[in-house]
Design a protein around this ligand. Structure first.
Ligand code: ATP
Ligand code: MG
Length: 561
């Protein structure tokens, strides 16, 4: 009888290329191999897991009404130009050299909208949830985290089509619930962070995050359940109290004070009374921003406030041109030109402040923001820090690294307008389709599962994503034909009863086989050795608990029932 050999390509040595723990385990257990930076081959064991994750994703998206597509990785660049994303994607998009006009798609909003324009003509055709599980290509600049950041990776991407924003809210909520079920079924502990950027047209988006040292995102979390990406996180810090003594402003010489720390050290000014000035050019106009002391200006928040992504810190010549002074001496009093003045919430209504005099080497003290200058707007502009009180109940914020596992996003009409995907509403009026987009990284699910389910010996798989149900380990195959015959029979019986069985038929020593079995981490190991088969038994070990049972050979099927 022809029987192919088992393929168990575990590594004895530590793989040098692994920079994060989950990837190290994936390489050692023989799930995956790196072929080039950010490019991987899935070996049979790893591919089994990918297929299980993909099936689970299909089940959950089908269950909310999803209909599966399979869209091409090769896209006409034209359609990406129509939405402005050929430029926005920049170097992340792969362009094809010997076939002008084709690119490798990093995501599929454009193609979905193209098909929506073809086929969705009336409000009666909606809602729709269209999805696929397909390969994405992204020219990631620093693919250091193994399969977590591949240049080629699988994504489950769904898109919702609705006639209005109320419909979108429902489609979005359906995805939110489906995502929770998906990650729960995969035994992944996660948290959800929100980003609602009002200035960008009321669009809402949330990310499903896994806390991990290997993560490339930073989040603020607290015991209250508060969680937010650092880009949007806020704290419950309050502005310093107003000083009762409120004398007139006074100019003073600060020849050697360029930074807030210089002011604190040389003049003994409390940090919260320093108004740090930061000048940005936004759509070519200068904006003067005040931050409390050394607080860090958060550019994501600034982008929301300014309503544009087209901004940058001003350069020295611009500073002198607009304020009269260079870095370190800029402030709200005696500005040379008209500025938009914005300040962080922590400076609202503050007095007793020190800020630059717009003359190099001078500052003003006793500035009262409500008396001496008129600040146009106050906003939350600062980056939060660990230990600050969280906005929910004041418990201390932790700042943690995290991996983004999934992203749900209310797109609105950006793509349907750009590509002319319109429908006729109940009144016969033409409107753009209201869209949502929802992505999950398939490889990231596997990597995050492994991060959270392993010990020193290896991976600890759990159903429904374990590559196999049981792992048969015959011992001393070269010493006893009977061991091989019994193991063959168990393999056949178990497979016939519908179990997925990994069979280690290698002529390796028991020590090697046991180590590999723990490294690979199939939930149950069936150990077939001379000692036990003499009494008609085998041994079953649970990988998770380490518990061992001696079981009669005839009773194996019952054991697993
Ligand atoms: P990141 O911020 O980590 O680069 P992203 O915001 O670019 O991710 P999306 O465009 O929202 O990611 O893609 C949806 C999902 O696809 C992500 O939540 C993630 O799980 C997965 N993903 C994105 N980029 C990669 C990659 N390079 N390798 C593997 N999975 C990825
Ligand atoms: Mg994202």
């Amino acid at each position: 009888m022809y029987q192919s050999k088992s393929f168990i390509p575990t590594l004895k040595e530590e793989p040098a290329e692994a920079q994060i723990p989950s990837h190290r385990l994936m390489l050692r257990a023989g799930l995956v191999r790196q072929v080039a930076a950010g490019v991987f081959s899935w070996l049979p064991l790893g591919f089994r897991v990918l297929k299980k994750i993909i099936n689970l994703l299909r089940e959950e998206i089908d269950a909310i009404g999803g209909q599966e597509f399979f869209l091409p990785a090769l896209n006409p660049v034209e359609i990406w130009e129509q939405t402005g994303r050929a430029e926005a994607m920049g170097d992340v998009m792969f362009h094809i050299k010997n076939r002008e006009g084709l690119v490798l798609a990093p995501t599929h909003e454009e193609i979905i909208t193209y098909h929506a324009r073809q086929h969705v003509k009336s409000y009666r055709d909606m809602p729709q949830i269209w999805y696929q599980v397909q390969t994405k290509f992204r020219n990631e600049p620093r693919p250091k985290s193994g399969v977590i950041r591949g240049r080629q990776f699988y994504m489950k991407d769904s898109y919702s089509l609705d006639e209005n924003f109320d419909g979108l809210d429902i489609s979005y909520q359906k995805h939110f619930e489906a995502y929770k079920r998906i990650f729960d079924r995969c035994h992944i502990k996660y948290f959800v962070v929100g980003a609602s950027s009002g200035a960008m047209g009321g669009r809402q988006s949330q990310e499903f995050m896994v806390e991990s040292e290997s993560g490339e995102d930073t989040c603020a979390v607290s015991d209250s359940g508060y969680a937010a990406n650092i880009e949007v996180a806020s704290s419950a810090l309050e502005p310093a109290k107003r000083l009762a003594d409120n004398p007139e402003i006074e100019k003073f010489a600060t020849p050697n004070a360029k930074t807030i720390n210089d002011l604190i050290e040389q003049f003994g000014i409390p940090e919260e009374r320093c108004a740090k000035s930061v000048v940005y050019m936004a759509d070519d106009s200068p904006v003067l921003i005040f931050m409390r002391g050394n607080d860090e200006l958060n550019e994501s928040k600034l982008s929301g406030v300014l309503g544009t992504n087209n901004f940058r810190p001003a350069e020295s010549i611009e500073l002198v041109k607009y304020t009269g002074a260079d870095h370190g001496s800029i402030g709200p009093i005696n500005l040379k030109t008209k500025f938009k003045l914005i300040a962080d919430n922590l400076l609202e209504n503050a007095n007793g402040l020190v800020s630059g005099a717009n003359i190099d080497g001078f500052h003003y003290k006793n500035i009262d923001f409500s008396r001496d200058c008129s600040i146009d707007e106050f906003h939350d502009l600062r980056t939060v820090h660990a230990g600050e009180p969280c906005p929910v109940n004041g418990s201390p914020i932790r700042v943690a690294k995290a991996i983004e596992l999934g992203h749900i996003f209310k797109l609105g009409t950006k793509y349907s307008e750009a590509l002319g995907a319109k429908f006729l509403d109940a009144n016969g009026k033409e409107n753009p389709i209201v869209m949502g987009s929802y992505g999950i990284g398939v490889e990231r699910i596997m990597a995050c599962f492994i991060e959270q389910n392993h010990d020193e010996s290896g991976v600890i798989w759990r159903q429904p994503i374990s590559p196999f149900d049981v792992h048969i380990i015959p011992l001393g195959l070269n010493k006893s034909a009977e061991v091989g015959e019994i193991a063959d029979k168990i393999y056949k019986d178990m497979s016939d009863s519908g179990f997925e069985v990994l069979y280690d038929d290698r002529n390796e020593s028991p020590g090697v086989k046991f180590n590999d079995a723990d490294l690979i981490g199939i939930p149950y190991q069936i150990i077939v050795g001379m000692k036990n088969i003499k009494n008609g038994n085998i041994e079953i070990k649970s990988r998770d608990s380490g518990e061992r049972d001696i079981v009669p050979i005839d009773a194996i099927a019952d054991y697993f029932k």
